[in-house]
Design a binder for this molecule. Structure first.
Ligand SMILES: C[S@@+](CC[C@H](N)C(=O)[O-])C[C@H]1O[C@@H](n2cnc3c(N)ncnc32)[C@H](O)[C@@H]1O
Length: 234
C-alpha cells in the first residue's frame, strides 16, 4: 500500500511515521509513506496557499490551485488512489471505515489548516471526507497520523506474531476484555484467579463475559449493532 500525505507542515508528521509498527511496516515494504509540502505546488514566489474568504468573515481559506496541482501530480495513471480530505465535516472514522481504507492500494491524504479549504476541493477533487471525531483540530495533520496508524496496523504482516488484531476492541463489534500482566498482586490488587488457573476454557468464557459486560456499560451503542452477541463472541 502507498500513502501520500499533503500538508503545509511536513515536520509535524515526520516523527509520526518513524517508530514502532509503522516504521517496521515501512522497512518491510508493506507500506510506502510519503509526506509532501503543499507549498511545493504553489506558483507564486511567496508560495501562497491561503487567501481571504469571499463574503468576508474571520480567518483565511486554503486556495484550490495548490491542492489540485498536488493531487493531480500524485495521481498516477491506472492507480489514481483514494484522495481523502481530513475535515471535521467528514464521515466519522471508526474501525469499519478503517477496514475499508486499509483495503485500498493507495491513499492520498489532504491536511487542511486555517478556516479550511475552498469548497471546490471537496466538490471536485477528493473522493472522501473523513473526520477523526466531533471536535475541531487546528489542522489535519494529527487526524492524518491517526488514520495512517489505524490503517497500517491492519496491513497483512504489519503486526508481529505477538500482536493480534483478532481480539482487539471493535474487531468483533465489542470492546476488548481487561488485560493483566505480572505481578499477580500489586498494592493489594489481585489479578482475577481465573487468569492464573491455566484452565483455558474458563479463561475464554471469562474474557467473553467481560467483553460483553464492558461493552454494555461503556458502549451500549455497539451492542445495538450486533444481532446476536453470543454468536459474535463465541
Ligand atoms: C481549524 S480546522 C477548520 C474547521 C472549519 N472551519 C470547520 O468549522 O469545519 C482546520 C483543519 O483542521 C483539520 N481538522 C480539524 N478538525 C478535524 C477533525 N475532527 N477531523 C479531521 N480533520 C480535522 C481539517 O483539515 C481542517 O481543514
Amino acid at each position: 500500500m502507498r500513502i501520500d500525505v499533503v500538508t503545509i507542515f511536513p515536520p509535524l508528521l515526520a516523527g509520526a511515521f518513524e517508530h514502532s509498527i509503522i516504521k517496521r511496516a515501512r522497512e518491510r515494504g508493506i507500506v510506502d509513506i510519503h509526506v509532501h509540502d503543499l507549498r511545493d505546488y504553489t506558483a507564486d514566489r511567496h508560495r501562497t496557499v491561503d487567501d481571504y474568504p469571499y463574503g468576508g468573515g474571520a480567518g483565511m481559506v486554503m486556495k484550490p490551485e495548490p491542492w489540485f496541482r498536488a493531487v493531480e501530480a500524485l495521481r498516477v495513471a491506472g492507480n489514481p488512489g483514494c484522495a481523502i480530505l481530513l475535515t471535521p465535516q467528514g464521515k466519522r472514522l471508526d474501525q469499519g471505515l478503517v477496514q475499508q481504507l486499509a483495503a485500498e492500494d493507495r491513499l492520498i491524504l489532504l491536511c487542511g489548516r486555517y478556516e479550511g479549504v475552498d469548497e471546490r476541493v471537496r466538490e471536485h477533487l477528493v473522493d472522501k471526507e473523513v473526520s477523526v471525531g466531533d471536535y475541531v483540530l487546528s489542522g489535519g495533520e494529527p487526524a492524518a497520523a491517526v488514520l495512517v496508524d489505524a490503517v497500517v496496523r491492519l496491513q497483512p504482516g504489519a503486526l508481529g506474531s505477538s500482536e493480534s488484531i483478532v481480539e482487539e476492541s471493535f474487531a468483533a463489534g465489542l470492546l476488548e476484555y481487561p488485560q493483566y500482566t505480572r505481578p499477580p498482586e500489586f498494592r493489594g490488587w489481585r489479578v482475577p484467579d481465573v487468569l492464573l488457573s491455566g484452565d483455558h476454557g474458563a479463561i475464554d468464557r471469562w474474557r467473553r463475559e467481560r467483553q460483553i459486560e464492558r461493552t454494555r456499560v461503556r458502549r451500549p451503542d455497539l451492542l445495538a449493532d450486533i444481532d446476536d452477541v453470543s454468536e459474535t463472541t463465541a
